[in-house]
Ligand binder design. Structure first.
Ligand code: FAD
Length: 493
């Protein structure tokens, strides 16, 4: 029998990608009610659930939940973990505990939107209310539209419209105390087996990252104190730590976009950093907003091209000969591409410029569908995010919103000479090339034999020859694009 409801019936705070205590409107609402709070995280791997996190994100999630459990403990509460279909778990925890309400942070993927629409209908027959709170984004999708009331497909006017309404209230302080709800059953985190076991490939992730709210806030402060000043130049150089590294913290909601917004604005207002530096950084937070608004309006963003003509694009088939495996393993023979793919595999993260380059290589030089790349990134990135990843891939492939003109195909050698001139990044991630002089490190197959011998490089033996010819594959991509356009004209004739 369910406990009867009364003024002391608990509130369920359903935790999703808001693994933090600070600036958390749903948690603050739960704590302010004075009722016992059940902070509940549900691992929903059923077919009705959200897209399952990939391997690297599962590693992050484990550690983030473990830290969050400690943070709740310090506040006198207990983090409850349950596995199963979300609505069924919410209903059963409500029945077991007599909870009178569920509060949660709104999310924008297909699953989040479906739940948002159905949760009240599902829980109200049980006498349980449900309330969503904003908190993942700076601006809600309904808030930002064109004059004709359609979603923006171009970033600059989108961000301009956002800026016209950028009076954002201050971040909320974390609750000082939460009344605990005692005796609620929880899974043990270890039972979920989120960490890799045999083989344990997580060593590079452990060295690179510290999941959790405190680490995220620390990283933000360090970035503002030390790196934001040079961000607009340094953000394009993969060999330097010129970006904030906050993407996974943002993805899991260990830090809110509003906390970042306010910290950067505070630094600008106190003249610690020039406005141009702060604005260049916030513009990237704007791209995050843009991608999430796209996902909200086009829930199939991770599988379907935003530009419908791309459904006719003549992609190659991914078979043993296609180059997919060489791309995944960082064995394409193009040093900057390989460096990026190995950084991804080892550390669960890749520099943005190299994400663009490796995505261009897969979709244009190898002419393989962007969905294959999206899928690989989904499994290997600690920051794998349904909006940013899908929009990033579609942007590079040419099928997305505000995509670069198709003919602008990244050349891995030119990009390498421009953004990794001394080969610092390549030397770090492709150590077999580290003794090559900078002049030859971008295209080692062009180096004279004596230079290769002196650097201990044998092309085709300890480093591959390029798996494609850049010039002919560039032309093949342009021809494929022209064929897609032409077939559209035939269809519409
Ligand atoms: P910073 O330069 O410090 O930027 C700060 C924050 O702004 C980032 O943490 C991120 O939240 C946001 N941001 C920056 N650039 C972009 C962008 N182009 N699009 C959307 N948001 C942006 N980002 C993800 O968070 N998850 C992904 O799964 C993801 N997949 C991508 C796939 C491709 C093919 C491409 C081209 C880009 C992808 N990005 C993704 C965007 C971008 O590469 C990363 O956000 C960035 O490299 C993260 O590093 P940072 O936090 O140091 O970024």
């Amino acid at each position: 029998m369910s406990p009867s409801r009364n003024s002391n019936s608990p509130i369920i705070y359903w935790i999703r990608n808001d693994l933090r205590l600070g600036d958390n409107a749903a948690l603050v609402a739960a704590a302010a009610s004075g009722r016992p709070v059940i902070p509940l995280f549900i691992l929903d791997e059923t077919e009705h659930g959200p897209r399952s996190p990939g391997g690297a994100a599962r590693w992050w999630l484990h550690h983030s939940l473990s830290r969050l459990a400690d943070d709740y403990h310090a506040l006198g509460a207990t983090l409850i973990l349950r596995r199963g279909e979300t609505l069924a778990v919410l209903a059963s925890v409500a029945r077991e505990t007599g909870a009178e309400r569920v509060v949660y942070q709104r999310s924008y993927d297909g699953f989040g939107c479906r739940i948002h629409k159905s949760i009240k209908a599902h829980l109200s027959p049980l006498g349980v209310k449900a309330a969503a709170h904003a908190g993942y984004l700076l601006f809600e999708p309904e808030q930002v539209s064109t004059l004709s009331d359609t979603p923006f497909k171009v970033f600059t006017p989108f961000w301009r419209r956002c800026m016209q309404q950028a009076q954002l209230s201050a971040p909320l302080a974390p609750p000082q105390r939460i009344s605990p709800a005692n005796g609620v059953k929880s899974d043990a985190l270890a039972m979920w087996q989120l960490l890799p076991s045999r083989p344990d490939w997580s060593g590079g992730l452990v060295r690179a990252w510290t999941p959790g709210e405190q680490a995220g806030l620390g990283r933000l402060q360090e970035f503002i104190d030390e790196a934001i000043l040079d961000y607009s130049q340094a953000r394009d150089i993969p060999g330097v730590a010129g970006t904030s590294g906050l993407s996974a913290h943002l993805h899991f909601g260990e830090i809110s976009a509003r906390q970042i917004w306010h910290a950067v604005n505070l630094a600008m207002a106190s003249a610690d950093i020039p406005e141009a530096a702060g604005e260049a950084y916030l513009r990237q937070i704007g791209w995050r907003e843009f991608c999430h608004h796209q996902l909200f309006h086009w829930p199939d963003l991770d599988t379907q091209p935003l530009r419908p003509d791309f459904t006719r694009f003549p992609w190659r088939i991914a078979n043993g000969e296609s180059g997919l495996a060489a791309w995944q393993r960082g064995q394409t023979g193009l040093p900057l591409v390989d460096a990026g793919m190995r950084q991804l595999w080892t550390s669960g993260w890749m520099h943005n410029r190299v994400r663009m380059l490796t995505a261009s290589f897969l979709t244009k030089n190898l002419l393989l569908p962007w969905q294959l790349g999206e899928h690989w990134f989904w499994d290997t990135l600690v920051d794998a995010n349904p909006a940013n990843n899908a929009a990033g891939w579609q942007w590079v492939a040419g099928s997305g919103a505000d995509a670069a003109p198709y003919f602008r195909i990244f050349n891995p050698v030119t990009q390498s000479k421009k953004f990794d001139a001394e080969g610092d990044y390549i030397r770090r991630w492709v150590p077999e090339l580290s003794a090559l002089p900078s002049r030859y490190i971008h295209a080692p197959w062009e180096a004279p034999d004596n230079v290769l011998a002196a650097a201990g490089v044998t092309i085709g033996e300890n480093y591959p020859a390029p798996i494609v010819d850049l010039k002919t594959t560039r032309q093949r991509a342009l021809d494929a694009y022209a064929a897609m356009k032409a077939s559209g004209e035939i269809n519409s004739a």
